[in-house]
Design a protein around this ligand. Sequence first.
Ligand code: S3P
Length: 167
Amino acid sequence: MGHVILIGMMGTGKTTVGRILAQLKARNLIDTDLLIEKREGRSISEIIGNSGEEYFRMIEKNVILSIDLKTPSVIAAGGGAVMNDEIHSFFKNAGRMVYLRASADTIYKRTSNLDTRPLLMQGDRLEIIKTLLNQREQRYLDCDVVIESDNRSPMEIANDIARRLDL
Ligand code: S3P
């Protein structure tokens, strides 16, 4: 199926790039964090803060696996989503996965707003980012296209994705 799924760490621009790409190619944008917030009627911070990460991951899986894939869309996936094997396979079948790659330093600079990133509030932010990157990089690289996002604007990145995927 012809979906474009943006994966990668928090702060790599998945939502912003996704919005531009969706607009450029007249597609819907599906933001998995927003779907989760709608389903739960509370913010990601509240969900993780009050009910814990394990609960969040369960809701994340349920919400993503029930996405209606009929209309080819752009999907911006929460940073940890593809670490779940079922979600990863679901996305593989849904279309092409694009890894927005950024260095730990870039991610650090782009995640100063912690409201939606409670996982980064649990200690030294740069250290947490480096640890998560280490744990996740291999899975992120199991994708169709890797796009470097350091020092590039969301518009440049969106155009690059469109070109690389021949959209
Ligand atoms: C997470 C990333 C967040 C959100 C949650 C957990 C992660 O989404 O799903 O805070 O584990 O990397 P973004 O990648 O859209 O910030």
